[in-house]
Design a protein around this ligand. Structure first.
Ligand code: HEC
Length: 276
């Protein structure tokens, strides 16, 4: 088992370090790595993170979700979403399909601004174009709004695209590089924990596979007693390795989110979800 694991890791790292792989080829390699490592987990099962790996933890989690801890915040998200701005318009006016069932397409690459647009950035862009103050990123109202929008996408398959532009590809490659680069005083990359050691334990916690990471955000963490966006969760991981967390919607975080979500293309949205 161990040698098989090492072969898988080496072949994955080789494949991913190849400069010629397209995002689509990367995705195939990435997904095959996890499905071979965890043959008992279905592709969509990866969206449950550690609860796909640890039955005891899953039982507790399912019991907790009989009365989901996020219910009230989710309702608040819906209310915020439907509350008109002072000019009478609403979020629905800014988005395709009135903002419903679109989470699976984010982050998207905007070829006019040549940048990655996450759903949270799009929410603030919408506010700005309607003369409203910007919301603070990572938690609070923006996370509630985003959680409601995620909720309207339940079961839709993640469908992140890289348009045919060199800037889009560069953003994707930068995100990929962030994922595989070591950082912090502990000198760990995301891949060290969530690829090479997925399924193993770090201190008291099982490490989740990175496949499926973006399917269920924003997440309601008991530790936070509230919703947090994917970037807020990544802050926690950066702090764990004693690296400086980045500011919300910084270019590096947006590119990372773009890469990470592309790797989960084809998985169903199953958020918002609760975590410890
Ligand atoms: C030292 C190991 C370590 C490193 C390095 C690390 N993480 Fe984590 N991460 C964890 C642990 C522990 C958890 C909580 C258990 C779990 O869900 O994996 C976690 C949780 C997460 C989650 C939430 C999973 C879920 O199901 O909700 C995401 C997303 C995540 N990490 C992304 C990242 C990204 C992106 C990086 C690189 C910037 C990173 N992590 C670096 C240890 C690490």
């Amino acid at each position: 088992m161990k040698s098989l694991f090492n072969i898988l890791v080496v072949s994955l790292l080789l494949a991913l370090s190849s400069a010629y792989a397209t995002p689509e080829q990367d995705k195939e390699t990435f997904q095959n790595f996890y499905t071979e490592m965890f043959p008992d987990i279905s592709l969509e099962g990866f969206g449950d993170g550690v609860y796909a790996l640890d039955q005891d933890a899953r039982d507790q989690w399912e019991a907790m979700n009989d009365f989901p801890p996020y219910e009230e915040d989710l309702e608040e998200g819906e209310e915020l979403f439907n509350t008109p701005f002072s000019n009478g318009k609403t979020y629905a006016n800014c988005f395709e399909n009135d903002g419903k069932n679109i989470r699976q397409n984010y982050p998207l690459f905007d070829t006019k601004q040549n940048k990655v647009i996450t759903l949270e950035l799009a929410i603030n862009n919408c506010r700005e174009s309607n003369g409203e103050e910007l919301l603070r990123y990572k938690k609070g109202e923006i996370a509630k709004l985003s959680a409601y929008m995620t909720y309207t996408s339940k079961d839709s398959l993640i469908n992140v695209k890289t348009p045919d532009s060199k800037e889009a590809l560069a953003a994707y490659e930068a995100g990929k590089q962030y994922y595989y680069s070591k950082r912090g005083q502990l000198n760990f990359s995301c891949a060290n924990c969530h690829t090479q050691n997925a399924g193993r334990r770090a201190r008291s916690e099982t490490l989740s596979p990175a496949l499926g990471h973006p399917t269920h955000f924003p997440v309601y963490r008991m530790k936070w007693a509230g919703f947090g966006t994917l970037q807020r969760r990544i802050d926690s991981c950066n702090k764990q390795v004693r690296a400086q967390p980045l500011s919300g919607q910084s270019e590096d975080y947006r590119n990372l989110e773009y890469f990470l979500t592309y790797m989960s293309n084809g998985l169903p949205i199953n958020g918002p979800a609760s975590r410890k």
